[in-house]
Design a protein. Structure first.
Length: 353
């Protein structure tokens, strides 16, 4: 990877490589855009095979956060951080060292909890910096509100693609039963949806089977199921040249980030198969909405109003894509960039007045 060429092409402002010898911290903080405010983005911890994989993840996720904030009408920029480590090797010292790096950015980057970080881990980070959210979980943490946003996205997609106003009887395949996936299964079950689930953890699949009567399938079988909706809720890159040809679902709507291995190639491949794709950074914006509202002072009514916009924004994207001949990924990017330019113009006008 050509670092400067790649960051220039993707529009990043800053990439910080963090290393602490005593705690063995290895982390990357990617700041994509701060034009509308501090870059917000959670921190994930993952045993990446290569450092290039970690960097690529941070760059794509941080750019996605910029678009996510714009599509959700949240006045912040986009950033993301990854810690290269095995979850079994987490220590308080590692998170405190990481917190000191976050503090060194003087508020340009605000972070929180993502994959393999617990609320306690976030509290350790907060001992070294105030630029972290999610320590108190006043609203119950990001998973419940993220799952509500995904449910709203599924409703929008089924209305547009299937001309159905009710979810009852719908067949949905959920890939990944972490906090968001589990919450989503509960909400779908409450709408009388027939669930098909998979996860690398047998304990998790058995729990969802027991609670919601879900049909459990092997991980490599989830793509080819004859279902209405495929909901990826695990890690990214799972929509690719190998998996997309297997899909029988008419809709892809899930919580995972970076679902498309290659945004341009694989969004077009989904389109060619007649599959309606809900852009991940639009449908999974509930987590950002959650932590942003905690940061400014949580008001449930305001947060739920912003959350409900996921439904209307997706319908706007679907209609624009159909009208302009775009993929839904392209339409969401156009919408995000328009909103960013408009918000920056308003901000500039306010500063000059």
């Amino acid at each position: 990877m050509k670092l400067f060429e790649t960051t220039k092409e993707m529009g990043h402002e800053q990439v910080l490589f963090c290393h602490d010898k005593e705690s063995n911290l290895k982390a990357i903080i990617a700041i994509h855009d701060t034009g509308l405010g501090s870059a917000m983005g959670a921190t994930r911890l993952w045993p990446y095979v290569t450092e290039e994989d970690a960097l690529r993840d941070a760059l794509r996720l941080s750019r996605g956060m910029t678009y996510k904030a714009a599509c959700a009408n949240i006045p912040v920029g986009g950033g993301k951080a990854v810690i290269i480590a095995n979850p079994e090797n987490k220590t308080d010292e590692l998170f405190r060292a990481y917190g000191r790096f976050v503090e060194s950015l003087n508020g340009r980057f605000i972070t929180g909890q993502d994959v393999n970080l617990s609320p306690e881990d976030v509290r350790q980070i907060s001992k070294e910096t105030n630029h972290v959210v999610g320590t108190s979980e006043k609203s119950g943490g990001p998973a419940p509100i993220t799952s509500i946003g995904v449910l709203l996205g599924i409703k929008a997609a089924t209305e547009f693609r299937l001309q159905r106003n009710e979810l009852a009887g719908l067949k949905v395949a959920v890939q990944g039963l972490g906090n968001v996936g589990k919450n989503l299964c509960q909400r779908l079950h409450e709408h009388d949806v027939k669930l098909f689930v998979t996860d690398v953890s047998k304990e998790k699949t058995e729990e969802i089977k027991r609670l919601y009567g879900a049909t459990v399938v092997e991980p490599n079988e989830i793509y080819s199921l004859d279902v209405d909706v495929f909901a990826p809720c695990a890690l990214g890159g799972i929509l690719n040249s190998s998996t997309i040809p297997q899909l029988k679902a008419l809709i892809v709507a899930g919580a995972a980030n970076n679902q498309l291995e290659n945004e341009h190639i694989h969004s077009k491949l989904l389109e060619s198969k007649g599959i309606l794709y809900c852009p991940d950074y639009v449908i999974n914006a509930g987590g950002l909405i959650n932590v942003y509202n905690e940061m400014i002072g949580y008001e449930e009514e305001k947060a739920l109003s912003q959350l409900n916009n996921i439904y209307s924004t997706l319908l706007e994207i679907f209609e624009s894509a159909e009208k302009e001949g775009y993929t839904t990924y392209e339409a969401s990017k156009v919408l995000a960039e328009k909103r960013i330019l408009k918000a920056k113009h308003i901000k500039l006008m306010q500063q000059t007045n």
